[in-house]
Design a protein around this ligand. Sequence first.
Ligand code: G3P
Ligand code: CA
Length: 241
Amino acid sequence: MTIILAHRGSAGTHPENTMESFIAAQEFGADGIELDVHLTKDGNIAVIHDTTVDRTTDGTGRVVDFTMDELRKLKANYHYKHFFKKTARIPSLREVFEWMQGNDLICNIELKNNDLSYEGLEEKVIALIKEFGYEERIIISSFNHYSLVYIVNNWPDIETAPLYSDLLYKPWEYAKCLGAKGIHPKFKALTDTIIKATMEEGIAVRPYTVNKERDINRLLQINCTAIITDFPERAVKLRGK
Ligand code: G3P
Ligand code: CA
């Protein structure tokens, strides 16, 4: 059965990468969540998509120039007030992990270390995973494939998956070359033949971001490993629980 991963939580209905969005995803019946992480000025792991806080909060500036406490004061629903009235905040990865103690969701952590390198991000994320004993519940993805190989070489028990956006020749071979157990391509970079061949090679296929009913149905039909969607409620309804 195709696994449904809620992109930035239920980002189609709630402010992305907030606890409200993750809780909604769980309530909608998603099997897991996808989230994005950056390092803060004081070395915390913040859950936010962009390098700056400008698009998703009432603040301005780079995430790396804020402490975690300063980030928490920002309103993460600021630009979403028209559809979400409550004040939502930027969570830390620790906060998300604490909440995960009360459920059995999978968590796909995307390291946003392709623009800024964030020295020590991998170590901090892995240390937190190990502290909570979440080795079996986490998939680490990134557009920075050097970072993924670094993880595989140092912590082979942690599952990784490269993100990419263009059509790739034999992506299963590329995944194996990185030591990854899955691929996270942009949905448009896949054909049914590629999906089937990759899965036959034992490599999981989890495309992003699959939102339209017809696209979700197509992937459900070929039993794709997982889909990453902004609308977990829609995907769960189409798939069934
Ligand atoms: O994990 C897939 C997807 O989240 C990658 O793109 O920009 O939404 O982080 P983006
Ligand atoms: Ca992401």
